[in-house]
Design a protein around this ligand. Sequence first.
Ligand code: IVH
Length: 683
Amino acid sequence: MDLAEQAARLREKIDYHNRLYYQNEAPEISDTEFDKLFRALVELEEAHPELRTPDSPTQRVGAPPVEGLEQAKHGMPMLSLDNAFGEEELIAFDERIKRFLGLPLEDPIEYQVEMKYDGLSLSLTYENGELVQAVTRGDGTTGEIVTHNAITIDDIPLKLAIDLPGRVEIRGEVVMLKHVFEAVNKKRVDRGDQAFVNPRNAASGGMRQLDSRLTRERRLSFFAYGFGAVEAGVSLPGSQSGQLDMIRQSGFSRASQTWVCASIAEVVKVTEQVLAQRASLDYGIDGVVVKVNEVARQRELGNTARGPRWATAYKFPSEQAFTILKDVGCQVGRTGVVTPVAELEPVFVGGVTISRATLHNYEEVKKKDVRPGDTVIVQRAGDVIPEVVGPVLDKRPNSAQPVEPPTHCPVCNTELVKEEGFVAWRCPNKKGCEAQIATQLIHFASRNAMDIDGLGEKQILRYLELGWLTDLPSVYRLKDHEDDLMNLDRMGEQSTKNLLAAIEESKTRPLDKLIFGLGIRFVGERTARDMAREFGSLAEFRRAHYDQLIEIADIGPTTAGEIEAWMEDPANQEMLDEMIALGVAPVESAAPVSDVFAGKTFVFTGKLEKFAREKAEELVGMMGGKAAGSVSKKTDFVVAGPGAGSKLAKAEQLGVPVLTEDEFLEMLPPDVSLGEEFGQTLF
Ligand code: IVH
């Protein structure tokens, strides 16, 4: 093998491992082995500089600090965009364009819709195909030169893959992917550094580093969205969509995802689709950009002082907002865990107004150092529970005091305990703490557990207060209060009868529903199902031992220990005796209807579009297979939807086959159909 070939092979290998490390977070070789490969290439290139190529990975690692950032003028200004909020403003944008072009309002215009990436805009200059300069947006005319940092980003080609002579600017947005943000933040917190508040700040701070090795550590990504100034003589496609295709072909693997729409009505549909997907994307967007697709029309429309007439930003509700933290209260959960809760000045975020947000646990409160009186950043992404990201330290009042965890249960005043290895404070008064009893009952009666219609939170709290409910078995003694129930305000005879019938009916729910309803710590629906399948009957289940439990896929030592401890607590066995005496007789959990998945383990990750993940998992069980929560060598298939992250990467690393949701559905026997019918026949 000659030296040039040797260098090329090394480069290929290094690029491959870099991708695994930086993009998939799933390295196949150790850092030392990687360093060895890397050093070999550096040495080879140093000994034979003619072998060094501009796109060699040795050019990407980052270099010691530059003195300061210099400035450069853009070849063409980087404009900002007008905003449109809501469908009406989009339609007004479309009409404005038609009026300007002198077109009848009923003539459709073709638009291209792109993601509006929430990061830092960057203009890259290529000269005869080689990256020569990267400049931030700055004031739109002049920006800061950050070439040393741009070359650390793997998505930015150092050399274009197609022939584009002369000087060409390509523009896009630098972002930090959400999974990278989480990993980078975790590392920062473990090191004792303050976490980044959002991926945008992390990306924009990363790009402005003087020391590009620090930029490299942030593992940034680049999404290209268009051309800037292009030297005369280079001919570009006549549509925005064609130009983006050209950018993709030139080596930008992450050019913007796009939709070409025949009319503004289609644009509106796409915006709805994108908004629904938003939370499951691995990058942050603050909306979509709508662009007139035809370049000739773009030219005719031209620009205003602020931005182009031919494009607008359709903004989505912000997922982060500032508000005041009024107080930190606490809540006692089903298993006695005391959770700190932020009481907030109401604020509109992610499309809803929130006034409370979880703070997870007291360790987190300490780590984030949020104090009553602070101005805080709150976040609500998609359907995720709202959370407090952190304080704005500049705005902290002098009087703000740190939050101390409570020493006693706020409900029953029992002294709280903290178990070895756990961060949570718990109220140990399992049987006497009203808050725990209430949440246990709410959980027991809930839809996914015993599904008792008419016994919701409100009723449970009321009946507890009246002393009619005291523990789980007391649900089945509620019928002794039939007359009292009928006399309660708003409960007529009929509702009382319905409630008692629902309670009666719940006695023969499938075993897994009862197991889940018992609220044993760490036992979720999946674990409950696995145990019901393994043990078959309540009698067997209540004799469960650690050794049997640990054999069940997805039950680890902690959960097995917790379940065994629960079984060994005489109060729990008495409770089961009592329930049985009151007529609770769970039926066997539904037997598999088919064995097409027998012996196969599935993991679902990302967003599923056709049905909820729990249903998909239940479906696997119905077909004789198993659903697991994490990917391992034992996994047979991973079903990945949009937004899949580390589980997908792990599957790829282990060579586990990855299916789309549709491919998964195709594996089902033909007589299983989805939709309403499916919902009724199987569930
Ligand atoms: S086009 C002249 N396309 O949004 C057209 N911009 O508010 C201007 N942005 O600073 C840019 N994603 O950095 C365009 N797909 C996209 C974009 C995008 C994000 C940013 C851009 C600009 C800001 C304008």
